[in-house]
Design a protein around this ligand. Structure first.
Ligand SMILES: Nc1ncnc2c1ncn2[C@@H]1O[C@H](COP(=O)(O)OP(=O)(O)OP(=O)(O)O)[C@@H](O)[C@H]1O
Length: 373
């Protein structure tokens, strides 16, 4: 079932948390809402489920407006961050609870609970109490309990945040498999960009009460459209400057406060003398002892941080600092104080909007000066 939110607004104590928010989740989609803590992610899920009423706006499930339907009539399964299991009931009884209050027969309850406990890999633990389970197992019970009522939509509120790192990976994989198997429309909120990449068909980034960009994970990560999205997904190199020349497939971009000129792919929104910001993902920068690529600049290594498989390298060049994420094989190059060639392709640079649009931003449609820029 599809879920559509139209112009949802919600304030607490006169403080706006959601501000004319629009969102479209297609049938069968695994949709991740990504945003920092306190941006209103849980509020958004509570509004969809009916636990909280919006101050304004419409909630549509499968095309029907459900604003006035109570939570139990919306056909929604909810998995909370903190499991919210009944401590005095066994795993089986926790999962069976939603079916009992719907007055199903004992046989139907037995069959459905067994089916979903098998799906989440907990059939052997059905007689245990929540206190006898690990965090990951508790969240599997919560997932089975949400699925057993066969909801039209599954909402998950940071379900992996109280699960240890080892179990988190396995549970994340299982969640994706279960969602694909059941085909249930799923909305998953998180502040963790890795979870968003690994799980989502589509990611929506929430900022200042609105969805700032909705796209598949690859586009969100490599083609962020606002500086907030860029920073949040790790595209930390953001340059302000001006398009000074356009020639066919290429444009020249001069950075503010520097003599540096980058060669950029020519985007339809570019015009000569246009002021714009470009972002460059640190992964798209390579460091070399010899100049490579259309963009190559000599810089000085300022700092090197070890991140496991990669090094995060801070390099300075002509009033500009830039981050590169480079594989550890390049470690011999990386000595603070040494010079190094900073290389990247024109395609690695992406234009950003000056300010967010009311609708999720789409630069391809944004050809005029006055909408996004
Ligand atoms: N019932 C409430 N009464 C008053 N303020 C609330 C209520 N619920 C949420 N808020 C406030 O609304 C804002 C958004 O909260 P919300 O829990 O939706 O954010 P979140 O993005 O889910 O954060 P987190 O990732 O930390 O869970 C916060 O400032 C919070 O204090």
């Amino acid at each position: 079932m599809s879920v559509i939110l139209e112009n949802i607004t919600k304030s607490f104590n006169k403080q706006k948390v959601l501000d004319n928010l629009n969102l479209e989740v297609k049938k069968g989609e695994f949709h991740v809402i990504l945003g920092p803590s306190g941006e209103g992610k849980s509020t958004l899920l509570s509004i969809i489920s009916g636990l909280i009423k919006p101050d304004a706006g419409k909630i549509l499930i499968d095309g029907d407006i459900v604003n006035d339907l109570p939570p139990q009539k919306r056909g929604i399964g909810f998995v909370f961050q903190d499991f919210a299991l009944f401590p005095h009931l066994t795993v089986f009884e926790n999962v069976a609870y939603g079916l009992k209050i719907r007055s199903l027969s004992n046989k139907e309850i037995e069959d459905k609970v067994t089916f979903y406990l098998e799906m989440v890999g907990l059939e052997k633990h059905k007689d245990k109490f929540p206190s006898e389970l690990s965090g990951g197992q508790k969240q599997r019970v919560a997932l089975a309990r949400a699925l057993v009522i066969e909801p039209k939509v599954l909402l998950l509120d940071e379900p992996l945040s109280h699960v240890d790192a080892w179990q988190r990976e396995k549970l994340r994989e299982d969640l994706k498999t279960i969602q694909q198997k059941t085909g249930i429309t799923t909305i998953y909120v998180t502040h963790d960009r890795l979870e968003a990449i690994l799980l989502a068909d589509k990611v929506s980034v929430l900022h200042q009460g609105r969805i700032e960009q909705t796209e598949p994970p690859k586009e969100i990560f490599y083609q962020p459209k606002t500086s907030f999205v860029a920073r949040f997904v790790g595209a930390t190199n953001i340059f302000k400057g001006c398009i000074i020349e356009i020639a066919g497939e290429r444009a020249k971009f001069k950075l503010d406060d520097s003599n540096l000129i980058f060669t950029v792919k020519n985007y339809p929104i570019f015009k000569e003398k246009k002021e714009i910001s470009l972002c460059l993902h640190p992964e798209k920068v390579s460091l070399s002892t010899v100049p490579k690529e259309e963009n190559h600049f000599l810089g000085e290594i300022i700092d090197v941080k070890f991140l496991g498989m990669y090094f995060r390298v801070l390099i300075g060049m002509e009033n500009v600092e830039l981050e590169a994420l480079v594989p550890k094989e390049q470690v011999s190059l990386l000595v603070p104080g040494e010079n190094v060639w900073i290389c990247f392709s024109p395609e690695a640079l992406h234009p950003l909007c000056g300010r967010p649009c009311r609708q999720p931003c789409d630069l391809r449609k944004c050809k005029t000066e006055n909408r996004c820029h």
